[in-house]
Ligand binder design. Structure first.
Ligand SMILES: Cc1cc2nc3c(=O)[nH]c(=O)nc-3n(C[C@H](O)[C@H](O)[C@H](O)COP(=O)(O)O)c2cc1C
Length: 316
């Protein structure tokens, strides 16, 4: 059982739609891997059609360097949770995580993500259906509440009463999106709830954690927290799971590596170019000439052109 094999505290790269796919996970693994990866979330109903199944399986590709990795899923149909749970066993995942925290309007309108906080009985059915159909450990990632912080007082104990393998709490409400500081002041209360209701559940904290240094500080303050999940911190520093401060050259080399992994994937499946632009700032940041270089990169239309611009910059 993966959750018992991890160090304490362990680190996780947060699931991020459009970001933490097999390519970017490869980049982070090269820079310095976390103890555990998560996939981007996959809709449980996608397996209901052949086309959807094909696309979802592409999304769920796992490479050896990604392991151990948890597959994250979302939806609202318990039967579909059951179906996907069956399908995912044997694909190389160490566990299954149910997304009960996504604040996206479309996801919530479809009854998934953070909308589950409002429909606890349905959330319970989804957990049960997933569990009954897989031997993989089942975990949940959620927020404190939908609208009000106080919702955590009933929602978190409700989830803990399912004796999940792990529970990740993004320390904000759905309403707060990511606009306010994460509510670290509630960590002692969450620890108390976990210890009283389900001591076997690994408790993972998420929100505004920047890097390994911050993980160390938080774990010294809250030694009972099992794991720390970093999301956007990886944009500021792709080496955030290490103690290493990357040089400009190391960041550029990591960018070349990202392009190699991109090309490898684009040769296999339809893999759009435009989203690659979101990553430029990860590598080309805070050094002299960075913003001019980014402007040039934005004008490129292929990875060959990107490499040319980078080569010219290095030579200049
Ligand atoms: C671009 C982006 C995509 C995200 N996609 C997902 C997702 O697929 N599943 C999920 O549980 N959370 C998702 N999140 C939320 C993150 O996992 C994390 O909870 C949030 O960013 C707070 O952590 P941070 O402050 O370390 O970034 C996403 C966040 C971002 C910025």
């Amino acid at each position: 059982m993966i959750w018992n094999e991890l160090p304490k505290p362990f680190t996780i790269l947060a699931p991020m739609e459009g970001v933490t796919d097999v390519v970017f996970r490869g980049v982070v693994a090269k820079a310095g891997r976390p103890d555990l990866f998560y996939t981007e979330f996959t809709n449980v109903s996608s397996f209901a059609s052949e086309r959807g199944r094909h696309d979802a399986l592409e999304r769920l590709e796992v490479k050896p360097e990604d392991k151990p990795i948890i597959a994250q899923i979302w939806g609202k149909n318990p039967e579909h949770f059951a179906m996907l749970a069956r399908e995912l066993e044997g694909l190389g995942f160490a566990g299954l995580d149910l997304n009960f925290g996504c604040p996206d309007r479309h996801v919530n309108k479809a009854g998934g993500g953070a909308a589950m906080i409002r429909t606890p009985e349905l959330a319970s059915e989804c957990i049960k259906h997933a569990r009954e159909n897989t031997n993989l450990p089942v975990s949940v990632k959620t927020r404190l509440g939908f609208t009000y912080i106080e919702e955590y007082k009933t929602w978190i104990p409700f989830l803990l009463n399912h004796h999940l393998a792990a529970l990740t709490v993004h320390l904000r409400t759905r309403k707060e999106m990511s606009k306010v500081a994460a509510h670290y002041e509630l960590i002692p209360e969450l620890i108390k709830m976990r210890n009283e209701i389900s001591p076997e559940t690994k408790l993972i904290i998420n929100g505004d954690i920047k890097d390994k240094k911050m993980v160390k500080e938080l774990s010294e303050k809250y030694p009972e927290i099992d794991g720390f999940m970093i999301g956007r911190g990886v944009f500021a520093n792709p080496f955030c799971f290490t103690d290493h401060e990357p040089t400009k050259e190391e960041l550029l080399n990591l960018f070349y590596y990202h392009l190699d992994l991109y090309d490898e994937r684009a040769a296999k499946i339809h893999y759009p170019y435009e989203p690659l632009k979101h990553f430029f700032k990860v590598y080309i940041n805070s050094f002299d000439g960075a913003s001019d270089l980014r402007v040039k990169l934005m004008d490129c239309k292929t990875t060959a052109e990107l490499r040319q611009v980078l080569d010219d910059f290095k030579k200049a």
